[in-house]
Design a protein around this ligand. Structure first.
Ligand SMILES: NC(=O)c1ccc[n+]([C@@H]2O[C@H](COP(=O)([O-])OP(=O)(O)OC[C@H]3O[C@@H](n4cnc5c(N)ncnc54)[C@H](OP(=O)(O)O)[C@@H]3O)[C@@H](O)[C@H]2O)c1
Length: 295
């Protein structure tokens, strides 16, 4: 690769924009974050995707403090964890995240999971709207929301999320949900864009990669870019960090797209199902609380 790649930006429905390729930091240890995220910033990544649940907001904050890249060139996402849902809890959790990150303003704040069993995501969304009104966050969005969840918050508040960050990779392409995003003007952001590395050895992907003189990971990331998604691959390996952003000087053919479309699987989900995720932990805590109050 020659020089640092220019990552295109995508317009959001609120007048702001977001880099189309970013760096995901799930499973990066807080203490190692400055070194690894620093490598990513040096390689040209300007979008960093963290979350309260990842336990590394402070490490990301130390990286941001130490970098020579100006704040206005960096785009920082964090996410509200499930046990902080609810209006007041959300406002408090936001302050804690902002303090750890060392930022007054966060570029994109996401509700991490809908957790429908808590029946709190609409109130949480109202708090997000308030945070945006106060200028503490530039853009507000959601993650792992189904079409029903999206329609509920839009119907109840009139505010459309800028982004829905969902599991999305060639093995799990989420076409129906993406159609809903298009109807409402919501940007699709892909988590686990490489399918956590599973499926990269697929012979069809290998054939495409060989033809372009690229790696399978680069082909998959290029597929995300050409589909208009935002992708946030994670790697703790310096060579892969550089490899994953070097996807702006080749293009897939129509045939490549048709081949990758054929890799979609109805049972291709790797992560949890958003319609039930969080239920077990939530029920355990509820039972715990009641049993304590009975004693
Ligand atoms: N909103 C949500 O609920 C949610 C859920 C999951 C993830 N996310 C976000 O999405 C980000 C990415 O997802 P992810 O970490 O689950 O999966 P991913 O980015 O699809 O894959 C990461 C895995 O692939 C490996 N890898 C990276 N680049 C590679 C390459 N060029 N060749 C071969 N293997 C490669 C990495 O290994 P090494 O690190 O060893 O290089 C790591 O094991 C997360 O970090 C997080 O920010 C959000």
């Amino acid at each position: 690769m020659t020089g640092r790649p220019e990552v295109p930006h995508i317009s959001l429905n609120d007048g702001h924009s977001i880099p189309q390729l970013g760096f995901g930091v799930w499973q990066i240890d807080d203490l190692k974050a400055p070194e690894i995220v620093g490598t990513a910033i040096d390689a040209g990544y300007r979008l960093i995707d963290t979350a309260t649940d990842y336990g590394n907001e402070a490490g990301v904050g130390r990286t941001l403090k130490g970098t020579a890249v100006p704040r206005n060139q960096l785009h920082v996402t964090t996410k509200l964890w499930n046990d902080s849902q609810g209006y007041d809890q959300t406002l408090r959790a936001f302050e804690a995240s902002a303090a750890k990150l060392g930022l007054d303003v966060i570029d994109l704040y996401l509700i991490h999971w809908p957790c429908p069993q808590r029946a709190a995501y609409v109130d949480t969304w109202r708090a997000f709207i308030e945070l945006r009104k106060q200028g503490r966050v530039r853009s507000i969005g959601v993650s792992n929301f189904t079409t029903d969840n999206l329609e509920r918050i839009i119907g109840d508040t009139g505010v459309v999320p800028a982004v829905n960050q969902i599991e999305l990779h060639p093995g799990f392409q989420q076409r129906t949900l993406r159609e809903a995003h298009e109807r409402y003007g919501i940007v699709t952001e892909a988590w686990s864009p490489l399918g956590q590395g599973r499926g990269l050895a697929d012979p069809a992907l290998k054939a495409i990669a060989d033809r372009h003189g690229r790696t399978q990971a680069q082909v998959v990331l290029r597929w995300h870019i050409e589909n208009g998604f935002v992708a946030i691959p994670k790697s703790a390996t310096p060579a892969r960090i550089v490899e994953n952003i070097d996807v702006f000087s080749f293009a897939l053919t129509k045939e490549d797209h048709a081949t990758i479309a054929g890799l979609d699987r109805a049972d291709g989900r790797i992560g949890p199902d958003p319609t039930s995720f969080g239920r077990e932990r939530f029920l355990r805590r509820l039972v715990g609380r009641f049993s304590r109050s009975w004693i």
